[in-house]
Design a protein around this ligand. Structure first.
Ligand code: NAD
Length: 255
């Protein structure tokens, strides 16, 4: 099994790799020998992840791309394709939350969040499928959804709808692309201590102790605890996992 976890310099794309779960995923993949293609919308964060991976002695490249913009995703795919021809895996991790009850939610915000959390997955999959098809031993797509794609949460209509959409799209793509040996899976993290979530807690917007109580393990996840599962699904070690969405929530949703 350990050998199947190794990427042997195969290129793997990670969106939202500039911080949080995405950066930890880049680190996990780098440890496993992938050539990590770090994609994020903020230049500073992309460079910082590149630096961290470089210090690990890993092979990587950074791209500043807003994945909610189809033309930017197509330009990214063209740049990656010109250099690599094939990619082993795509991790669609970029995403963000938005808290507002439906009656107060403006149409622009609805479309913006759907663009970041859901349309980006469509753009990325469409642009990278030709390169995933050529992957040695089969390609893999890992979509990062959320427990809030499975259960409701107060005042998060657009986030819950988008993440539910990601889970449904994951299943559907598994139906269409399994026969081409492209595995498609999802991950549903529970509350995880990324910089964004730390900020919510530190600013008092979220009561960290309530979130801790919800998880049966009594704490929030560290980013690498989510990243480990993403990296496993991206690798050949998960060769018979297809169309699944793995809940990684410390037991939040079983009670
Ligand atoms: N942290 C949690 O508690 C939690 C729980 C469930 C699901 N998730 C999901 O995990 C993923 C990562 O979350 P996180 O908490 O690490 O977030 P984060 O905000 O800490 O990091 C997200 C990264 O994605 C980048 N990004 C955002 N929008 C982008 C865009 N349009 N194009 C390119 N890059 C973009 C950001 O610049 C940042 O580097 C998200 O999809 C999120 O919905 C997180």
């Amino acid at each position: 099994m350990l050998n199947q976890l190794k990427f042997e310099s195969a290129p793997v794309v990670v969106t939202g790799g500039g911080q949080g779960i995405g950066r930890s995923t880049c680190e996990a993949l780098a440890e496993l020998g992938a050539h990590v293609i770090v994609v994020s919308k903020t230049e500073e964060n992309v460079r910082e992840t590149e630096k961290i991976l470089g210090n690990m002695g890993a092979s990587c490249e950074g791209h500043v791309t807003d994945v909610s913009d189809k033309s930017q995703v197509d330009a990214l795919a063209a740049a990656v394709g010109a250099k690599h021809d094939r990619v082993k895996a795509v991790v669609n991790n970029a995403g963000t939350n938005f808290v507002k009850k439906l009656e107060e939610l403006e149409e622009d915000d609805w479309h913006r969040i759907i663009g970041i959390d859901l349309s980006s997955v469509y753009y990325m999959c469409k642009a990278f499928l030709p390169m995933l098809r050529k992957a040695d031993g089969g390609g893999s797509i890992v979509n990062v959804a959320s427990t809030f794609g499975i259960i409701g949460h107060p005042e998060m209509p657009v986030y819950c709808a988008a993440k539910g959409g990601v889970l449904s799209l994951t299943r559907q793509l598994a139906v269409d692309y399994g026969r081409e040996n492209i595995r498609v899976n999802g991950v549903c993290p529970g509350a995880t201590l990324s910089p964004r979530v730390k900020n919510y807690i530190d600013s008092g917007m979220v009561d960290g102790s309530i979130v801790e109580e919800l998880a049966l393990l009594g704490r929030l996840a560290e980013c690498d605890e989510i990243a480990n599962v993403i990296a496993f699904l991206a690798s050949d070690a998960a060769s018979y996992v297809h169309g699944a969405s793995i809940v990684v929530d410390g037991g939040q949703t079983v009670h």
